[in-house]
Design a protein around this ligand. Structure first.
Ligand code: 5GP
Ligand code: ZN
Length: 113
């Protein structure tokens, strides 16, 4: 997808701190971390958000969720972590390539939003 920031990160056009990668998924550190561990997990095939997944395969979606468990273990998040996916304007989604934030390494607020 032309002009998509995260597609450019996947292709290497824009540098990133890679945390995990497989055939379907790429994961990297957020440039503006909101917690000691803040990793973004994205599907390699461009979809803009959770609202845009009608054409995604079950594997493409499931691999994102499976990657989260592997990354959490690598990042020593046995104490727990939060996963967030902002979808659309009301959620303040700023990059329109589906992504899951993994936030951990500190106690999260009880209130989610
Ligand atoms: P959203 O607000 O769409 O849920 O999250 C987008 C995330 O992408 C933000 O947390 C922001 O810090 C992160 N981000 C934006 N541009 C870049 C970038 O160029 N590199 C990296 N690693 N993260 C970015
Ligand atoms: Zn993209």
């Amino acid at each position: 997808m032309e002009n998509c920031l995260f597609c450019k990160i996947i292709s290497g056009e824009i540098p990133s701190q890679k945390v995990y990668e497989n055939e379907y998924v790429y994961a990297f550190r957020d440039i503006n971390p909101q917690a000691p561990v803040h990793v973004l997990v994205i599907p390699k095939k461009h979809v803009s958000s959770l609202d845009d997944t009608a054409g995604s395969t079950d594997t493409e979606l499931a691999e994102c969720l499976r990657a989260i468990r592997v990354i959490a273990a690598h990042e020593n998040l046995a104490g727990g972590y939060r996963v967030v996916s902002n979808c659309g304007d009301d959620a303040c989604q700023s990059v329109h390539h589906l992504h899951f934030h993994i936030l951990g390494g500190r106690k999260m607020a009880e209130q989610m939003a």
